[in-house]
Design a protein around this ligand. Sequence first.
Ligand code: MN
Length: 267
Amino acid sequence: MRILVTNDDGVAAPGLWALVEELNRIAEVVVVVPDREQSGVGTAVSLHQPLRARPVRPLVTDVQTYVVEGTPADSVIIALRMLVKDNVDLLISGINEGSNLGNDVLISGTVGAAFQGYFHGLTSIAISVGSLEATHFDVAAKVGSFLAEQHAAGNLPQRVLLNVNLPDVPLEEITGIELTRLGERTFTDAVRMGQIKEGHDGKRSYYWILHSAPEWKKGEGTDIWALEQKKISITPLHSDLTSHEHSAPLEGVCSSVFQSITSASPA
Ligand code: MN
């Protein structure tokens, strides 16, 4: 089995190397990661500049490692198209420092990289630990390698995307593992989320969108709930953002708009 490992925290992140060390025991690992931290860039792809990739010395012996001067999604694209080509059985992104829960999967670079693998038809797994100064990467690394073994044994569904989050606690304190759905921020938090600091750098004024601890709706069975219970959360994701519940009520609007277009007199 050959596993492509990537992340959004960059090549120096301790979570990356904890994961690589564990995966290296069971598979051939190739690391292709951004050369610096790229948290919060989601699925962004660089279209307006050339991308440079270069091999670097790995922190785990004999693991082929490249850095890309780009986003996590760029790293996966360059890895799959140019560096390791199609000889990849599985993609794992992480281990991220900080949880990627609920609506945040849409801005997460960790999940964004996993989406890029998924778009290429690969089974892809994003792994995050729920603390911005995470210290317990060992359990997350083991979960990654056990999931890889499940994949190798054919026990994962084809072309699945898993978003895995763990509480930042030692193994003894973990109370279980739960298959979850994405949680949601509360409405008040959605407003507060736009907490912005205004400042001046001596030359120009600026706005700074602040990183703040989100407030979540408490829903049993959500990823947020699982982490609060000190459980490991696994959420299967897909990329269909279609709001099926809104389709029927919008049909009338569509025909009205079309009618208005066709009956409007030409200028
Ligand atoms: Mn990150």
